[in-house]
Design a protein around this ligand. Structure first.
Ligand code: FAD
Length: 474
């Protein structure tokens, strides 16, 4: 019997789909930006952990590799098949149940295909907070968030996906089910396998469920938008905000003038705060206070007026209503979409020791402008985590596609060499996937790479789990 028929026997005929034909790839065969396109043997949508295990066993027996897929919002080509037409994409979207909420332990156990926004809604209805939040929350899944160790906008206070996870259920590369969903906060009984699977981008096994930490909801949440004369001033403001707001500081996002102007141009200018400055940078500050609205307001207003007095901030507004809060966040979260509408770019998701960011920005910008006069740099990101989305657009009036075809690799080399010089990371939160694999040899030590390859070999000896990603193979 053909593989497709046997897959259909496991998950049902309706849940095995073949890829795009001559008209082009199916949506699940291409990445979110539409830049990379693959071709799969089939896409299979299992409806339970047992079905995931049976599909993995069948594929292992037939030596067919599997690409796990959640919401397919990943930005490093890890969730789409290669072009061989031989891989099976396993979409986890049908595994979306909330299995339980443990109010005493403050945890939720949820299946991997649950969309992050749906998880937020369930948690909010239960009176708690689940703090992982990113612009792709309407499509990305908790399994994908864990597989990429996603960061997002509240890492400054709550950490990334890894710090929110207390347990996992995983189908291993041989099709066994490892269930460790107890939600224990302390368990030092050997190597931390949970942490190994988090951030492994589907290369070691398939996450089918997770137990995640919940938090109490804040009594009030306040959002402010400030205009700043320099990135150096943004770091001064960050230091001040950490001191004044302490654990109430839950977001500190940086935006250059260029990315904000792209949102205004391509999406909407209704939501822009009316600030009368020409400053090159903006910062969005979120304060989540356990006490009260008036307490939060006095903290934030005090912070901003001191910052204005000392010259760190030129002008600022504090959101007066929930809809204004949403509008301010929407500007920040719309930047990736606006940039996408602006045209192709060389995108970099980098992290740096926070104190070195101003120097990094100066040095890298002058290197880029010297090599490619006129390039437009869009700099924004989670400054509180030292994480920048540092994107380089073609000079105005030039064909972005042609410019990138010729110069993209050289631009990346300049940016990543600078990152390396300042002891940063060339992938802060998006992972490696296939897109960044060839940079691993340049920026990771051979000791590190060898340990990673040994782990891959031990857990997936035939290299059938997302081969070609993170450590290569396949
Ligand atoms: P997918 O894209 O489907 O998969 C991502 C990787 O995880 C792939 O390697 C895939 O094989 C693997 N995978 C997926 N599900 C599983 C599973 N169940 N088991 C094992 N492996 C699996 N990322 C951030 O960290 N912070 C941000 O602020 C952020 N903002 C974004 C904004 C936009 C507009 C977009 C499009 C993306 C953004 N991302 C961000 C990147 C992306 O959304 C995240 O990486 C997200 O966590 C991926 O989830 P997903 O369900 O879409 O996974």
């Amino acid at each position: 019997m053909k593989l497709i028929d046997r897959l259909s026997e496991i998950v049902g005929v309706a849940h095995v789909v073949t890829g795009g034909g001559p008209e082009g790839p199916a949506p699940w065969e291409q990445d979110w930006r539409g830049r990379s396109k693959g071709r799969a043997l089939a896409m299979v949508r299992p409806g339970s952990t047992a079905e995931v295990a049976d599909v993995v066993k069948l594929c292992a027996a037939e030596k067919v590799s599997i690409v796990p897929q959640g919401g397919n919002t990943g930005l490093v080509d890890g969730s789409i098949p290669d072009t061989s037409g031989t891989q099976v994409v396993m979409n986890l979207g049908r595994l979306k149940a909330v299995r339980s909420i443990d109010r005493k332990n403050m945890t939720i156990t949820v299946e991997a295909g649950c969309i992050l926004q749906s998880l937020h809604e369930v948690v909010e209805d239960a009176g708690f907070l689940f703090p992982l939040s990113l612009a792709a929350k309407g499509s990305c899944t908790i399994g994908g968030n864990l597989a990429t160790n996603a960061g997002g906008t509240q890492v400054v206070r709550y950490g990334n996906a890894r710090s929110l996870c207390l347990g996992l259920e995983v189908v291993t590369a041989s099709g066994e089910i490892w269930s460790a969903l107890s939600g224990l906060r302390k368990d030092n009984t050997g190597y931390d396998l949970r942490d190994l699977f988090i951030g492994s981008e589907g290369t070691l096994g398939i996450i089918t469920a997770a137990t995640m930490q919940l938090y109490p909801r804040a009594a009030s949440q306040l959002t402010a938008w400030a205009a700043l004369p320099s990135i150096h001033a943004a770091l001064e403001l960050l230091e001040r905000a950490r001191r004044v707001l302490s654990a109430s500081l839950t977001g500190f996002e940086l935006m250059g003038r260029f990315p904000v102007s792209m949102v205004r141009q391509h999406l909407s200018d209704q939501r822009m705060p009316a600030l009368s400055t020409d400053d090159p940078y903006f910062v969005l500050i979120e304060c989540s206070d356990a006490e009260s609205e008036s307490h939060a307001r006095s903290l934030v207003e005090g912070l901003l007026s001191d910052a204005i007095e000392s010259g760190e901030v030129s002008d600022a507004v504090v959101a007066e209503s929930l809809s204004q809060v949403r509008d301010l966040w929407e500007v920040r979260e719309s930047i990736p979409l606006a940039a996408y509408k602006e045209g192709l770019m060389a995108a970099h998701d980098i992290s740096l020791p926070i104190a070195s960011i101003p120097q990094f920005v100066d040095v890298t910008e002058s290197r880029l402008l010297e090599a490619f006069p006129g390039v437009r740099i869009s700099n924004f990101g989670h400054l509180g985590d030292g994480n920048l989305h540092y994107n380089v657009h073609a000079p105005s009036g030039e064909s972005a596609a042609e410019f990138l075809r010729r110069y993209e690799e050289q631009i990346r080399q300049i940016v990543y060499d600078s990152v390396h010089q300042f002891a940063g990371s060339f992938s802060a939160e998006h992972g490696i996937g296939r897109l960044k694999l060839h940079w691993m040899d340049s920026y990771k030590s051979s000791v590190e790479l060898n340990m990673m390859r040994s782990i891959k070999k031990a857990l997936d000896p035939s290299s059938l789990m997302n081969p070609g990603c993170v450590v290569g193979g396949g």
